[in-house]
Structure formats: C-alpha cells, structure tokens
Design a protein around this ligand. Sequence first.
Ligand code: 2HA
Ligand code: ZN
Length: 281
Amino acid sequence: MSTSYTASAGYIGGTAAPFIEEMSEITHHMWSLGWDELNGGNISYLLDEAEVAKYIDIREAQRVINLTFPVTELAGKYFIVTGSGKYFRNVIKDPEANLGVLRVSASGESVEVLWGLRNGAVPTSELASHFMSHIERLKVDSTHRIVLHTHATNVIAMTFTHDLNELQFTKTLWEMCTECLVVFPDGVGVIPWMVPGSSDIGRATADKMKDYRVVVWPQHGIFVTGATMDATFGLVETIEKAAIVYNLIGGREIKQKITDRQLADLAQAFRVTPKAGILEV
Ligand code: 2HA
Ligand code: ZN
C-alpha cells in the first residue's frame, strides 16, 4: 500500500491512518469489480475527532469550501471523502490527491479541508446526497458512519427491465438468493431518475434514508449506508449478487422459486422483520 501521504501537508502521524488505508483498499476493490469506471462512485466516512487527531493536524484548516446546502446537524463533524472528478482506480496510488479529510464548520455552511484534496481538488460532486443521508441515518442509527455510492453494474441493468416500485423491487431481490432477506430485511428504496450532483437528488435520497439503508438511483447506481466498511460493502455486494441472478435469469421461464411462505419462515428463523407490505402470507 502507498504511504506517500505520510509526509504530506497536514499529516502528523508517523504511521498510516487506518481510515485512509480503508478508503484506499475499498476504492481499489470496487474499481476491480468494474463498478467505478472513470470518476464513477464516491464515499464519505464519518470519523471520530480523537482518531483523526492522531494522524492529522486538526488545529489549522488548509482551505475552506462553501456548501450550497447548509448542514448544521453535522457542524464540527469530521469526514474522509473521495474527491470530485477523481478516479477510484487512482486512490491507492495517491490517496492525498484523491481523498480529503474535512471538518464541517461550526455554522454548517462550509467545510474545512484538513488533509488531502491536493492541488485545489474539491469533495465529491455528490456531497449533498452524502451529507443529507448522513443526517438522516444518524437520526435512526447512532452507529451509522458510511455513505457509499457506486455504479453497481447489475443493479443498473435491473432498473431497465424491472418495475421501479420499491416494494416490488425489494421483493424480487429477496427472491433471487436465500440470504438476501436476512441481509436487508428493511428492503431498498428507489427514487425516480434525477440529475445527479444536485441538492434535489440529495434531498430525495435522504428522504428515503429515513426508512432505508439503501437507495437505488435508476439507470445510475446505488447509495448504501452502514456502520463499518465491511457491513456497507457487504450490503452492496449482496444486492449486486441478487441483481446478477435476476439478469442471468432474464426472461426465461422460472420453474421454481422461493415462496412468500418460505421467505417468512426464513425471517422467523433468522429473527429479522421483513419490511411490511411485501410478503403475502
Ligand atoms: O462523479 O458517480 O454520481 C461520480 C458519480 C456521480
Ligand atoms: Zn454516480
């Protein structure tokens, strides 16, 4: 793994910051899966002040970037984010150019860059969706930390051929692999197609995040949230796996499937509560 950032501006730790390592590893992995072509995808990760302060000089901001959407709820919070226009493929080679550690200002109207985003780079173009989603997920889950957006190939394909009703979309995913219901009993939200990068899509996504950890953007990708990188990534890969199976089946005749009764038995055995209004038992 690259350690080029250890000598970089703002960096005080002698060893690699675990959160930079985690971001470098996961972006590389996601790029290898083909989900994050070009500058596709973005991640934001809420960090503890004490953890950041071990590695990064938090006393002095290197730059301040104004936000077009105030996030007073996140005032004083620290995040590591991917940079706008940056390629996941390149993060592992040069984390300092492609990632940034930010602190939301006391007013919630700007972010202070504490490390990274070298040469005037700015945070992800989807920062509105990320920050607004963090706000909603933290309201319902105090352990929430990560928002991850990726262009998961088969999920995108599925949004062309499947109905976009989120209850039907969820049910189909549950039916594709036995473990799906256990991994996301709360289902997936779906918003209509919208122009990316805007506060509007941020608000629509965050609105769904009140009820869902996952929001599908038709013909674009997926937003997934969680408490750890493992849990968040595991959720995307499980959903993508279900979408792969759906696409492999294509329009072919289905001779047998998991019934609603079996899905209900599964939920009972694994002590999860399936989202209401989906199973007919
Ligand atoms: O720029 O994925 O949605 C990266 C994106 C935008
Ligand atoms: Zn995208």
